[in-house]
Design a protein. Sequence first.
Length: 152
Amino acid sequence: MTTVFKTPMALKDAVGQSLGESDWLEIDQQRINTFADATGDHQWIHIDPERAKDGPFGQCIAHGYLSLSLVNLFLPQIIDVQGTSMGVNYGCEKVRFPAPVPVGSKVRGRGELLAVEEVKGGIQSTVRVTVEIEGSERPACVVNTISRYYPE
């Protein structure tokens, strides 16, 4: 369920709060292959199921940067800041890939609002997104995302 803020300023009162989680998303071989084509990263551990059977994970795994890129899909499912004329992805900090994502796994994003500060013309928020793997104790990716919201 999406956490809704009526205005960018409303974020200030929610620092430290959990924002909930996105829907689960299955990571199939087609998504991995499409990501490999988009990035030019065709390492066998991602795209060659036959060779990957004998690799360290026994099957293909998703690119770490695929897990990171899904944060952009998950964020609008986690947080909705209303009353804005524009929102901007400003960057990210502290990206980690603690666990591989085997093909066929389901992942989702879980958000926590870490910080909010005023910037020229708007509000900047830092949300930690943890990309969880269904059934795994360790996440696929942990990243602090930075967004800027400009009021209407």
